[in-house]
Design a binder for this molecule. Structure first.
Ligand code: ZN
Length: 502
């Protein structure tokens, strides 16, 4: 038993090291690597992924894990060892269902598909990418037959990002969400304030944008010894080690607050990463987040529920006005609060406002379901896309880059990923409502720029669990119920009906 335990912990530790090396290679590639480094970097990354995959699928590891899970041995294990080996067995059994030839096939197909996707974007022509997407969908279907979870085949894809989530649950939640989001949006569109609103076109220097980001980071007490902020095309968060989390932003976007809000978003992810369980769970399968949706709930919670909240700006507006140039300072707080929460249906998901964002997600979820079940052909995607976005948001793409070619997810074979963004928004609203119930003084604290009690609350209710429970169970334990889009809709109605005087 001792030998097996030592073996299992040693292998997990090495896997965690591989994962850190892979993350470092990826972070460098997105931030500082000169472009000619890309072919060597591709080989370096591929080697680390292959070594990690070989370690995960090695018979020796599985044999030891199985021995530890045998009834008599298992009963003698310490509590935390029991939890680690149970989780690890489940993970390994899933990975071992996938033949290594398939891994190779999907990796080659997606590498080519990514190139084709970039070329198709340059040509603004979906049909250049379509044959690659067809191959990927065939592979996704093949993957579903290996994992073979009960119910809808797409459940096997969802499970990689959101363990236990099913098509049945999402269909129910998203149908409600879609109907209500469209209703709210229609009401807003007919309001006088919407009809009078103008796009915000002021710009902020990079230096001032940096000052705003750094002020917030300092306010969140993120230690400089554990954390870095750098620049990349698309903002992201990655963990190199338990005490080394990197986030990125971009200061070149049109929206003057893009860097500020994307930094807050990534700080939400970073706080979660830095607070994952350590001690007996350090470098084990437990020290991770159970789902992308729960991870996303942490970033959206800070970005939307806190930093787009009126109470946040009561505290932050005087700070903001000291940092930014005079042209901003003539705007009254009420007006400013409206500006940063402006609803404006648009074509591009990553530029969507808080209210319309989930409609972009629901559209993708619906398309993915139809593609996986052969309800539609790949060639039909652009037309169906354009029709859906017209129906949901009242806007229509001029070309495929504004439509079906805008996201890279499908080129990487990430089917089942998109729903986690909407799940994150719903969870975030549930958490915010529960926090206000548990701590009615929260809004006052926010007005004073005091976030310490919120951080502690998230640590105690979300971060500390790692993968000891599924995301759904963590949310149930904290909020008294699982995923519930009604909570999100009531949060949005409260906020946006007030904003637009409805
Ligand atoms: Zn995120």
């Amino acid at each position: 038993m001792k030998e097996s335990l030592e073996y299992v912990y040693k292998e997990q530790k090495e896997l965690s090291i591989y994962s850190g090396i892979g993350a470092l290679l990826g972070w460098d590639q997105m931030t500082y690597m000169p472009s000619d480094g890309s072919s060597d970097r591709a080989e370096q990354t591929a080697l680390i992924s292959r070594l990690a995959h070989e370690k995960t699928t090695a018979d020796a590891l599985y044999d030891h894990v199985r021995k530890l899970n045998e009834t008599i041995t298992f009963a003698q294990l310490k509590e935390h060892d029991k939890l680690v080996v149970t989780r690890l067995k489940k993970d390994l059994e899933k990975t071992r269902k996938i033949p290594s030839a398939f891994i190779e096939k999907i990796s080659k197909t997606t590498t080519l598909a990514y190139q084709a996707w970039e070329e198709a974007r340059a040509k603004k022509n979906f049909y250049h990418f379509a044959p690659h997407l067809e191959k990927i969908i065939e592979l996704e279907k093949e993957y579903c037959t290996y994992i073979n979870l009960p119910g809808h085949p797409y459940n096997s894809l969802l499970d990689d990002y959101e363990e236990g989530m099913t098509v049945d649950i999402l269909k129910k939640e998203f149908t409600y969400l879609r109907k209500n989001l469209i209703e709210i949006l229609d009401k807003i569109k007919t309001s006088t304030l919407f009809q009078k609103q103008k796009p915000f076109q002021k710009t902020l220097s990079i230096e001032n944008q940096k000052k705003l980001c750094n002020y917030f980071i300092k306010k969140m007490n993120l230690s400089k010894t554990k954390f870095r902020l750098d620049v990349s095309t698309h903002p992201f968060t990655t963990s190199i080690g338990n005490n080394d989390v990197r986030i990125t932003t971009n200061f070149e976007r049109k929206n003057p607050l893009f860097s500020f809000y994307s930094t807050i978003h990534e700080v939400g992810h970073a706080l979660y990463e830095l607070n994952l369980p350590q001690n007996e769970y350090k470098d084990t399968v437990i020290s991770d987040s159970p789902s992308l949706g729960l991870h996303e709930s942490q970033s959206r919670f800070w970005e939307n529920m806190i930093a787009r909240n009126k109470h946040f700006w009561v505290f932050f507006y005087p700070v903001f006005q000291k940092i930014v140039p005079k042209k901003f300072t003539t705007i009254a707080l009420d007006q400013w609060y409206r500006i940063i929460n402006q609803v404006q249906p648009s074509l591009i998901r990553v530029e969507a406002d808080e209210l319309t964002y989930c409609l972009h997600i629901i559209l993708r979820f619906e398309l993915e379901l139809m593609l996986i079940t052969d309800e539609i052909k790949v060639a039909e995607v652009p037309d169906i896309w354009d029709q859906k976005i017209q129906n949901y948001l009242g806007v229509r793409p001029h070309n495929d880059v504004e439509g079906a070619l805008q996201d890279m997810h499908w080129s990487g074979g990430s089917f089942g990923y998109f729903p986690t963004y909407a799940i994150g928004s719903i969870y975030a609203a549930q958490l915010f409502q529960t926090l206000l119930k548990h701590h009615p003084d929260t809004l006052q604290n926010i007005e004073q720029g005091d976030f310490a009690s919120i951080i502690t609350w998230l640590q105690n209710n979300i971060h500390q669990y790692g993968r000891l429970m599924t995301a759904d169970d963590i949310i149930k334990t904290c909020c008294g119920e699982g995923l519930n889009s009604q909570r999100y809709i009531s949060y949005l109605k409260d906020k946006y009906y007030t904003l637009y005087n409805i």
